[in-house]
Design a protein around this ligand. Structure first.
Ligand code: CP
Length: 319
């Protein structure tokens, strides 16, 4: 059984394989899908709001011939509201579905679920913890857009304390050679010590900066994030951080011609709409890549992943 709980669990070989699989999934999705998971059911159990992660997982499952059962507001519309523990819910849903994709407000919830589940659990975001499938699609996008991951210079900007996509992305990038990271955040939401300690351990070069303009001039990837109002302790702290950094035409002017702007989305004013028409604005292409990476992950988690991880078998599917 393959759970997807943390960016830490992936090594480079697995990521290379996954990205190759995602490419093949993209090819197949364009041709109308692939009946690889016919007869399988995916449960989407979301305790926090989502547009991209839930819909792209559902789309991925359907494009693979599988079916979906879903609750988009599990905190209210599942028996959690009646006091059922997460563990009991997961035990029961394990007998209704072949894989569980779960988003939860608590750090570590996906791990708790995996401990009692009898089917694979995929972490679709656990509070301010991690969002490993987002980070995998972020890296896949960098590889597609820039042509490599080794040696890239990546700036992560915005809410770095509570930004789970940032944590997972930093962990994954650390597995590549010669990567440099720049962390640019308002004073009250810096990158966590835990992430920095990991990067130190891995010998990764990183800088904490405050001047977005200076960083924008040197990076290959500008990874913008939303200041997440819902995670700040109070309105005053949120207000201190909101609107400090923004990508607009002025920042675009400073950026290299071959660089890209990514954002896990949703955005809340930190990327001006005037940026959207620039070819370097890759965030909508990034969101689309989520379907292909999640098709690959679903195949990887379910038993048929054995077929999908075998590239020659995959290639024969294309004929
Ligand atoms: N990137 C991301 O997790 O988006 P959603 O919250 O819409 O799923």
């Amino acid at each position: 059984m393959y759970h997807v709980l943390s960016a830490h669990q992936f090594d480079r070989g697995q990521m290379d394989e996954l990205f190759k699989t995602a490419e093949i999934m993209e090819f197949n999705a364009r041709k109308g899908g692939l009946n690889l998971l016919g007869g399988k059911i995916m449960a989407a159990l979301f305790f926090e709001p989502s547009t991209r992660t839930r819909f792209s997982f559902e789309s991925a499952m359907m494009r693979l011939g599988g079916q979906v059962i879903s609750t988009e507001n599990a905190a209210q519309f599942s028996s959690a509201i009646k006091g059922e523990t997460l563990e009991d819910s997961i035990r029961v849903i394990s007998s209704y579905a072949d894989v569980i994709v779960m988003r939860h407000n608590e750090v570590g919830a996906a791990m708790r679920a995996a401990k009692v589940a009898t089917v694979p659990v995929i972490n679709a975001g656990d509070g301010a913890g991690e969002h490993p499938t987002q980070a995998l699609l972020d890296l896949y996008t960098i590889q597609k857009e820039i042509g490599r991951i080794d040696g890239v210079k990546v700036a992560m900007v915005g809410d770095l304390t509570y930004g789970r996509t940032v944590h997972s992305l930093a962990y994954l990038l650390a597995k590549y050679e010669g990567v440099t990271m720049y962390f640019v955040s308002p004073e009250n939401c810096p990158v966590p010590e835990k992430v920095k300690a990991f990067l130190d351990e891995q010998g990764v070069v990183y800088f904490e900066e405050t001047d977005l303009g200076r960083v924008a001039e040197v990076v290959d990837v500008l990874y913008m994030t939303r200041i997440q109002k819902e995670r700040f302790p109070d309105e005053a702290e949120y207000t201190k951080a909101a609107g400090v950094y923004k990508i607009d035409a002025g920042v675009l002017e400073l950026m290299k011609k071959q660089s890209i702007i990514l954002h896990p989305l949703p955005r809340a004013g930190e990327i001006s709409p005037e940026v959207d028409s620039d070819s370097r604005a890759a965030y909508f292409r990034q969101a689309k890549n989520g379907v292909y990476i999640r098709m690959a992950l679903l195949a990887y988690c379910l038993e048929e992943g054995r077929v999908v991880r075998d590239t020659s078998a995959l290639e024969s599917l294309l004929k």
